[in-house]
Design a protein around this ligand. Structure first.
Ligand code: PMV
Length: 354
């Protein structure tokens, strides 16, 4: 009987790096040149929802992203599918009378439907949530016994930053030493309750797709930037230690200093690339100046900023009060009619808008 379908749906939030990953030492396995640390966002806001289905009626693996069919032939999808399939176990649904043996998975095909509730490829780490969700839902469907750390090493092969989305809270991606990447995995530093005063706002400066993908950007930086080696071997290792301590102690001033400096250095190595890569725009720069001035005038930092491979600002406020003031400031300096293309805000805690 070919009429059955078995499905699993999972939801995974995106993550934002506070110490950035930029540069690979192995492009196929996606092994980074430095450790990185991120914060996983609230699943209610920026997340991917993925449904994976298996049926004997399916004749090939297929995937739809936001309702449009996309090709699964790329190496990254193939690596993730292969790795998960090799870990499949027996699955039985007695009610439906379905039994798939470990061996049986090899002959079965998958249909995958994935939705992002935020703009794809606009520097909001859509691939992070996407690959983490894909790997997690497939592991559940196929009854893989791997823990989240082991699954993170598979998600990493889809998109590096994806490995950090398998955990909530603050997460470290340990670069690892092994050539086969087995120790390049994510680990949770603290869970989401540890520092729950923080409020994260994302100022969507532009939802257009970025011009330089992170893959080609990283390659060009590693090949041409004289600064990147210094960053990877001297600067980041020290920052990782300091950042872990700042997070454990909920030390917002140190956290802010490290987060802002690391974002700025990441964009500096992009500028140091030949030809230079510009991810931020004028509005991004004005947001930085506005936050820097405010933090200085308060005497103690209220907000940390960080920008990924795009112009959108991720703003981490020390608490709800600071987030409310920040939002007022942003709306004052960048009103919708001001000509700045700051078109919307996605807010970590929407209640502050009320
Ligand atoms: O995982 P990728 O290929 O999307 O690269 C992510 C790179 C940054 O977002 C800029 C930094 C990071 O650590 O997430």
């Amino acid at each position: 009987n070919d009429s059955w379908v078995l499905m699993v749906t999972a939801q995974t939030p995106t993550n934002i790096a506070v110490i950035k990953y930029w540069g690979k030492r192995d492009e196929n396995l996606i092994l980074p040149i430095n450790d990185s640390i991120s914060v996983t966002l609230d699943p209610a806001h920026l997340c991917t929802t993925t449904t994976v289905a298996v049926s004997p009626a399916f004749t090939q693996d297929r995937m739809w992203l936001n309702g449009k069919e996309i090709s699964l032939s790329g190496g990254r999808y193939q690596n993730c599918l292969r790795e998960i399939r090799s870990r499949a176990n027996d699955v039985e649904d007695k009610k439906k009378g379905i039994k798939i043996t470990k061996k049986g998975w090899e002959k079965l095909h998958l249909h995958i439907a994935s939705y992002n509730n935020f703009p794809t490829a606009a520097g909001l780490a859509s691939s992070a949530a996407g690959f983490a969700c894909l790997v997690f839902s497939l592991a559940k469907l196929m009854n893989a016994k791997e823990d989240n750390g082991q699954l993170s090493a598979i998600a990493r092969q889809g998109s590096g930053s994806a490995c950090r989305s398998l955990y909530g809270g603050f997460v470290k991606w340990i670069m690892g030493k092994e050539e086969n990447g087995s120790d390049s995995i994510a680990a949770q530093l603290v869970d989401e309750k540890h520092w729950d005063e923080l409020v994260i706002l994302i100022a969507v400066v532009s939802s257009r797709q970025k011009e330089t993908s992170s893959t080609s950007g990283m390659r060009e930086t590693v090949e041409t930037s004289p600064l990147i080696q210094h960053r990877a071997s001297e600067v980041v290792p020290k920052r990782i230690i300091q950042m872990e301590e700042a997070i454990r102690n909920r030390d917002f001033p140190t956290f802010t200093r490290l987060t802002c400096s690391d974002s700025n250095q990441f964009h500096a190595v992009c500028l140091d690339t030949s030809p230079p890569i510009f991810y931020m725009n004028d509005t991004s720069h004005r947001i930085i100046s506005c936050v820097e001035k405010w933090n200085r005038s308060e005497g103690t930092p209220q907000v940390a900023y960080t920008f990924d491979a795009g112009p959108n600002a991720v703003l981490i406020a020390r608490n709800r009060k600071a987030a409310t003031l920040l939002l007022q400031r942003l709306l004052f300096y960048f009103p919708p009619e001001s000509g700045a293309d700051l078109n919307s805000y996605v807010v970590g805690d929407k209640s502050i808008l009320k």
